[in-house]
Design a protein around this ligand. Structure first.
Ligand code: BF8
Ligand code: SF4
Length: 638
């Protein structure tokens, strides 16, 4: 593909042009080389779970229809789907566990972090039924951390965070179906076991196992991470920052922070500020931290750090020739960054013992020694400035201004200026009278296979136009920000109804309008839209599945996005994906996930009230989402 066909973003197109001129290969080139894709893998019908295989089923019904063990396409497709949910769920659970352990060590005085949001800590303690009387802040934090860690080891019952954050109606349904998770590690281990060769062979049962993983992902991963990160680093509030490759600064030492867990990125920011003089002594104007992927989102929300790139163009930040270091922790880090870095002076610094890249520098980052590690990392970047080839620096000129930091707390805060006693009432009224037709969470990734930003931006604009209130997280937020949808001016894209609400709320916040897409954070922060939905459903005394709300992930790439989607489906929220979820090899699996509530067979829509919508065309996708929103409105009598 020509650069103009890989991204909507002119800066990305230009930087890709530079990479190609210099013979540097990126994910966009490799995505092209991978075409056409294997039809068996695409349909989900290849299995390599044991050494009798690999086996593959002919999707067209001709040729072998069972693997050596007798597994048919339905079993293989369901197993493969569940196995990818395991990947996503384990990633989020491990993220949460690391934060919980860091909170414990902080409370015990063993790690150099502080409790930043004491109010939220106490609200969480209360939600967990912990007594706080006569206890110090650190003692309460320790109790909360132990409750969190219990969610990785309790032998029976229901996970603390499911009881705490889940809506009663949803939790009761999961319990009645035997799907309420006991603890994250137990459920993940069980899923690995049932998805193995010679274990669970019932496709429907496997898909229900997938729902259980979705619930683990949501509560043991997303909610737990967000809650404890807010306690340690503060609950986000509206903040202004800049987007695009142009946020790199030629006159400064540039450090990109990439990955997911704020334990590392927050410390890098702190030490960059502390060592600014050292950077000036090296002949620069200081240190410029830029964000990539969800570490970027975390820093943006709490520190106003600007964002250089979403997932698919991460290598191009290096191609600028102006990046001294790219510091990574975990998830969505392309191994390809090392090859690209070897063509420039950038030092790739890995930080976790279990996530290394051959050829990269490794600085071990343990929360207990966070200061020493962050200092070492920033000093390495300062030192590496001497190796910058100033002739080969190309930084695009423009950046886009965007507002972020819309935590559920921040949104409620703005709403409370309209109705102090019942802050949700103005939102409920607008939903009831149709000023707001519905709510959409635009979430997830960018994918080098897809033309970057097109799906995300088109679905969002189509929904906005039709008076859907758009919330956003993850790399999708990056697409929306670069295209002006996280700026008050972007409100012109909205229908008259949503526009009037955003303007009214904007006035309360001292802005001409709230932006048409409200950025709620990283991918683990998909807990935030979920919190808002729970609050709305509780206030209305209805199930979350009854609210006219949808999720959309147009440029899906990571299994984490699928597990987040499954989390929403387990609550009865419809979820759109724009990239093939690789289940088409089984009509049973496809129908269970995408069929309707009125169908005779089992479908997630019938069981939970929400389904998966696979639609690569973003305009059609928006139409289908609107149809579901309207259906739910009708069922509510609106
Ligand atoms: O967790 S949105 S590409 S960076 S998976 Fe990855 Fe997708 Fe970006 Fe954040 Ni989420
Ligand atoms: Fe083949 Fe069955 Fe082994 Fe899969 S588990 S590789 S289908 S024999």
């Amino acid at each position: 593909r020509n650069p103009v066909d890989v991204s909507m973003d002119v800066q990305v197109q230009d930087m890709l042009g530079k990479a190609r001129e210099q013979g540097v290969e990126t994910a966009f080139d490799r995505a092209d080389q991978m075409s056409p894709r294997c039809p068996f893998g695409s349909a989900g019908v290849c299995c390599r779970l044991c050494l009798e295989g690999p086996c593959r089923i002919q999707p067209n019904g001709k040729g072998p229809q069972r693997g050596v063990c007798g597994a048919n396409a339905d079993t293989i497709v369901a197993r493969n789907f569940m196995n990818s949910l395991i990947q996503g769920t384990a990633a989020h659970a491990e993220h949460a566990r690391e934060v919980a352990l860091a909170l414990l060590h902080t409370a015990e005085g063993k790690a150099p972090y502080h409790i930043k949001d004491v109010g939220k800590l106490y609200r969480i303690a209360e939600g967990l039924n912990l007594s706080v009387e006569g206890k110090s802040v650190n003692e309460v934090a320790k109790d909360v951390a132990l409750k969190a860690l219990e969610d990785f080891q309790r032998p029976e019952g229901t996970m603390n965070w499911v009881s705490f954050r889940g809506q009663e109606k949803s939790v009761a349904k999961w319990q009645s179906l035997g799907l309420a998770p006991v603890n994250s590690h137990l459920e993940i281990a069980k899923a690995v076991t049932r998805g193995a060769m010679g274990s669970d062979a019932d496709p429907i049962n496997l898909l229900l196992g997938g729902i259980n993983l979705g619930i683990v992902d949501g509560y043991g991963g997303l909610h737990l991470s967000t809650d404890l990160q807010d306690v340690l680093f503060g609950t986000p509030q509206a903040v202004k920052a800049n987007y695009s490759l142009g946020v790199l600064d030629e006159n400064k030492i540039n450090i990109a922070v990439h990955g997911h867990i704020p334990l590392l990125s927050e410390k890098v920011v702190e030490w960059a500020r502390k060592l600014d003089d050292q950077a000036k002594a090296a002949g620069t104007e200081g240190i410029n931290i830029v964000g990539v992927c969800c570490s970027g989102n975390e820093l943006l929300m709490r520190q106003g750090v600007s964002i250089a790139s979403s997932f698919s163009s991460q290598e191009l930040v290096i191609v600028s020739g102006a990046l001294e270091a790219m510091v990574v922790d975990i998830q969505c880090i392309m191994p390809g960054i090392q090859q690209v870095a070897e063509c420039y002076h950038t030092e790739i610094i890995t930080t976790l013992g279990h996530v290394k890249i051959a050829g990269a520098t490794h600085v071990d980052f343990e929360p207990e020694h966070a200061d020493e590690a962050a200092k070492e990392i920033v000093e390495k970047a300062i030192k590496n400035y001497a190796n910058r080839d100033h002739q080969n620096v190309s930084i695009p000129k423009d950046t886009v201004e965007a507002y972020a930091g819309f935590s559920a707390e921040q949104i409620t805060d703005v709403l409370s200026k309209l109705n102090e006693e019942k802050p949700l009432q103005p939102l409920i009224d607008a939903l009831k009278n149709g000023t707001i037709r519905g709510i959409a969470a635009m979430v997830g990734c960018t994918n080098p296979r897809e033309k970057q930003d097109v799906g995300n931006v088109t679905v969002a604009k189509e929904l906005m136009k039709k008076d859907v209130l758009v919330l956003t997280t993850g790399c999708t937020a990056h697409s929306l920000a670069k295209n002006g949808l996280m700026n008050p001016d972007g409100v012109k894209e909205c229908g008259e109804g949503v526009k009037s609400v955003l303007k009214l709320l904007g006035e309360q916040a001292g802005l001409p309008s709230l932006p048409p897409a409200l950025h709620m954070g990283s991918c683990v922060d998909n807990s935030r839209p979920a919190d808002l939905l729970k609050a709305l459903a509780d206030e209305l005394d209805i199930a979350i599945s009854d609210i006219p709300v949808v999720g959309s992930c147009p440029e899906t790439h990571n299994p984490k996005a699928l597990s987040i989607g499954t989390y929403f489906i387990s609550h009865g929220v419809d979820v759109h994906v724009g990239v093939d979820p690789q289940v088409s090899g089984s009509s049973l699996v496809t129908h269970t996930l995408t069929g309707n509530r009125g169908d005779e067979e089992v479908t997630t829509d019938r069981l939970f009230g929400g389904k998966l919508i696979y639609e690569p065309d973003p305009v059609l996708a928006a139409e289908k989402l609107i149809e579901r929103i309207d259906m739910k409105r009708k069922l509510l009598g609106l």
